[in-house]
Design a protein around this ligand. Sequence first.
Ligand SMILES: Nc1ncnc2c1ncn2[C@@H]1O[C@H](COP(=O)(O)OP(=O)(O)OP(=O)(O)O)[C@@H](O)[C@H]1O
Length: 257
Amino acid sequence: MSDIMLKLLNVESSYGPIKAIRGVSLQVERGQIATVLGSNGAGKSTILKTISGIIDPRKGSVEFKGQDITARDPAHIVQRGLSHVPEGREVFPLLSVRDNLLMGAYTRRDRDGVARDMEQVYACFPILKERAAQNAGLLSGGQQQMLAISRALMAAPELILLDEPSLGLSPKLTKEIFEIVVRINRERGTTILLVEQNANMALNAADYGYVLENGRIVMEDSCAALREKDDIKEFYLGMKDEGVRGERRWKKKKTWR
Ligand SMILES: Nc1ncnc2c1ncn2[C@@H]1O[C@H](COP(=O)(O)OP(=O)(O)OP(=O)(O)O)[C@@H](O)[C@H]1O
């Protein structure tokens, strides 16, 4: 029997009158990397903010490890084992790299475990050990992304929500970050829900994917199957269908609409 770590049922969240997500249902199995793909403004970040308690949904429910966490306090949700790496990294620029990492472990009381995890993070990201005493604001964009992911790891989470880790990074750094994400999943068994605009990277790293458009899930499947779908190739992977040209091509509709 599969072990469901996260389950959203018919979730709807709004910003005042703007409905950002509607009727979103999805689930993530323990040990899996799942991804939500979608273009700008599709509602990807809103899904993650609703899960981690930053936004209270208008409707629907969020279950984590079989327990209802809908609209619970974010600190409570972190303590239960769920960490959120927000878009844009948001490290504390005037704190040292080391203090940023310790902030991630703020809710923990097991000092030995924290020290052990700090060493593991340094082993995974040697640059953070080199720069441990430096202010985080002096790190490059890619290094700040590594720090943001590491800070989440310091909470010893069972599930990490990762918001657009590729944002603003070079293709080379993006590849490196994705390799690390997969490594964290394989080596530590951490379950990951990743939202991305870089569909190519996300579909290669993840096991299962959801496609979000205008706040609704319009398609879901294993990433292997999604990579083979013509609509995904055309609209998300930028591969043109050479058999359909000119006006016919413009008239071609996505099959999920
Ligand atoms: N703080 C806010 N106030 C009002 N509207 C918002 C706010 N944040 C997001 N929205 C709106 O909610 C919708 C979904 O936004 P969201 O940030 O979840 O999309 P996204 O898929 O993460 O986009 P991107 O890839 O550009 O980050 C958009 O229409 C956006 O304009």
